[in-house]
Ligand binder design. Structure first.
Ligand code: FES
Length: 92
């Protein structure tokens, strides 16, 4: 493992601090944590997660630093970022 690949930044996911790779997408960071339940479909009530990975389907919406409806597949992680999914009670 090189020092570059070992670098991590701390973000908060649903109130829990986690270390993720800098510059990766929020979606990739959540998936790396084993999370697929980014939001809840308002009609079916089912958990939803990333599908297209390119900003089209809107299935990956989360709340980032109190900004709702952020497409996790397009947003890059930053040190100190707060990410809230539907599991946190945030309405995304
Ligand atoms: S995965 Fe489709 S918009 Fe993000």
């Amino acid at each position: 493992m090189t020092p570059r690949s070992a670098a991590r930044v701390e973000v908060t996911v649903d109130g829990r601090p986690v270390l993720v790779r800098p510059g990766t997408s929020v979606a990739a960071a959540l998936l790396e944590q084993g999370r697929w339940d980014f939001r809840v479909d308002p009609v079916s009530g089912r958990d939803r997660g990333p599908y297209c990975g390119m900003g089209v389907c809107l299935e990956c919406e989360v709340t980032v630093d109190a900004r709702p409806h952020v497409r996790a597949c397009l947003e890059r992680v930053r040190e100190g970022m707060r990410i809230d999914t539907a599991a946190s009670g945030e309405d995304t």
